[in-house]
Design a protein around this ligand. Structure first.
Ligand code: NDP
Length: 528
């Protein structure tokens, strides 16, 4: 195990070398201030806007990115990864002084070959394992924070000592600096974001839904699981003491319960999904997908963000947070703000009303029984005319046979629907739907202007959805958003998320065709 500390780094190596910090955002500001406070010569390169203004207010000399680059022996690239390739090619690559040191704070652009490195410069990595605010705060307190360091090009033979000196300058060697390759840094970072984090998020949201549906008070559920901060505190203790040692901080009941029940959650499928996610990162699939998504203006990201904000759970959280904030604001010292709704109704009643609204949304049956007036409810003068004859409700549950016939009709109609054919032009995407409760599966594909649907198994689909038949029925009758169903775990999703989101564009047409088919089948059943 190799960990570099203060004693392994020599700040003197940076004396006489000007450092240009490119970008003055989260990391840029924190690192620039720390390096200057460590006695180094720091300038800032930024566009002349609000960030530049902040840098000047902090006493830095600010110049355009190309100018700052051309004046420095060390260049720290601290702009967002998604803009790095373009900014680098346009304003940095040709301005770098020969023998200078170029330092990235993330391995992404180099590891996934998003840019071409000039051959005459050293290239290093200094990636704090800490957000920008923490980089500054923990430098000021003297505690420091961990970081990864690496070397991609070593022309001078001095790259690692220089990067370690920078690590010391920002305060990282006080805690410990770990050597990695650019690829390792980027892949670990993406794995945390794409696999570890979402898997944990799924456990959290599944638990919340389960407990709410079991009738526990929502404010108690959210506080218990994470909003009290107890869980975050435990994580801090795990970081400080280790997974096993921190167990001593919990009761013996807790220790026995979590260790004995923990065995039940060693699920092979979880490991398989994490492994598949890692593979997608390592073979560059994710980097290519993200580059293509950005080239189109990130429509999938926008759609996912919007859908996440519509989740009932998100809204419940907002209501709780606001209500809890209102309660804090209604402390004796601030209760004189009497004009607000808060003072009229009281914070707890607002909290309860908000929670009741959210719970209603969370618990609303996705397949509500319809209650059209029966003939007996109508006054005689309102007897239905033949054209008004009751049509089968979209919300009556389907038998397995009806579902099969509905899907058959839906797929037949879809294959000759002009709207779907127009959507299929220039595309190649097949979605495979597999039911968890009915022995049935089907696929719907869009290929070069042709719509191809069939019942049965499909192995070549780019998007695979595993779901209960009632979930599909709710989605295709328009009572449940597919993205919401996926985000809340009602659909197990596999495959290409961008292609899946593309199919969202014809959701209305799918609902139209499925609902028509469903009505036809139910009418046929009624007439039979
Ligand atoms: P920020 O989003 O905070 O960067 C903002 C800065 O980038 C501003 O100065 C902004 O200036 C500049 N910028 C943004 N777009 C452009 C553009 N198109 N052209 C030129 N300048 C631009 O980034 P972070 O500090 O979060 O991240 C910087 C690097 O640090 C990344 O490589 C990241 O992976 C890494 N990192 C980040 C961590 C974090 O916690 N944030 C942790 C560890 C590493 P303006 O818009 O005015 O041009």
């Amino acid at each position: 195990m190799r960990i570099y500390l203060d004693s392994d780094a020599d700040l003197g190596l940076l004396q006489g070398r000007r450092i240009a910090v490119i970008g003055y955002g989260n990391q840029g500001r924190a690192q620039a201030l720390n390096l200057r406070d460590s006695g180094l010569d720091v300038v800032v390169g930024n566009r002349d806007d609000i960030y530049a203004k902040h840098a000047r207010a902090d006493g830095f000399h600010v110049s355009p990115i190309n100018v700052a680059t051309a004046q420095a022996q060390v260049v720290l690239l601290l702009i967002p990864d998604e803009v790095t390739p373009v900014v680098f090619e346009a304003r940095i690559a040709t301005q770098l002084l020969p023998q200078s040191l170029l330092v990235f704070a993330s391995g992404y652009s180099v590891a996934f070959e998003q840019l071409t490195l000039p051959s005459q410069v050293d290239v290093g990595l200094l990636a704090p394992r800490m957000i920008g605010a923490g980089v500054r705060d923990l430098y000021v307190t003297g505690e420091g924070f961990p970081a990864f360091v690496g070397v991609a090009q070593d022309i001078s033979g001095q790259t690692l000592p220089l990067v370690l000196a920078l690590a010391k300058g920002i305060g990282a060697t006080r805690r410990g600096v770990v050597p990695v390759t650019f690829a390792q840094e980027a892949e670990l970072d993406l794995f945390t974001e794409q696999c570890f984090g979402p898997a944990f998020g799924a456990v959290l949201t599944t638990s919340i839904n389960l407990l709410l549906n079991a009738g526990y008070p929502p404010e108690a559920v959210l506080l218990e699981l994470y909003m009290s901060g107890e869980f975050a505190y435990t994580l801090r203790k795990i970081a400080e003491l280790g997974l096993v040692e921190q167990a001593a901080l919990h009761s013996r009941t807790s220790q026995y319960g979590s260790m004995s029940r923990g065995l039940r959650f060693q699920i092979p499928e979880l490991r398989e999904r994490l492994r598949a996610g890692l593979e997608e990162i390592r073979n560059g699939t994710f980097a290519r997908e993200w580059a293509a998504e950005q080239a189109e203006g990130a429509p999938t990201l926008a759609m996912l963000r919007a859908q996440a904000q519509e989740m009932p759970l998100y809204q419940l959280e907002q209501e709780l947070r606001e209500a809890l904030g209102s309660i804090a604001a209604a402390s004796p010292s601030t209760q004189s703000q009497s004009s607000s709704e808060l003072s009229r109704r009281g914070p707890w009643s607002m909290l309860r009303a908000g929670i009741a609204r959210c719970l209603q949304r969370l618990r609303r049956p996705r397949h509500p029984r319809s209650t059209p007036p029966t003939p007996r409810d109508r006054p005689p003068s309102e007897a239905p005319t033949p054209s008004e004859a009751p049509t089968p409700s979209l919300t009556s549950p389907l038998s397995d046979g009806q579902l099969r016939r509905t899907l058959q009709t839906f797929l037949e109609n879809a294959s000759c629907d002009p709207m779907l054919q127009a959507f299929a032009a220039g595309r190649h995407v097949t979605t495979y739907y597999r039911f968890t409760d009915v022995d049935l599966a089907f696929s719907l594909g869009f290929h070069d202007g042709h719509v191809v649907g069939s019942l049965g198994n499909e192995t070549e689909a780019q998007v695979q959805l595993t779901l209960a038949s009632i979930t599909l029925d709710s989605m295709l009758t328009g009572t449940l958003s597919p993205v919401r169903a996926a985000l809340s775990g009602e659909i197990v999703f596999d495959g290409d998320p961008r292609l899946a989101m593309t199919v969202q564009r014809i959701q209305k047409d799918l609902v139209r065709l499925y609902s028509q088919a469903r009505r036809q089948v139910l009418q046929g059943s009624d007439n039979a």
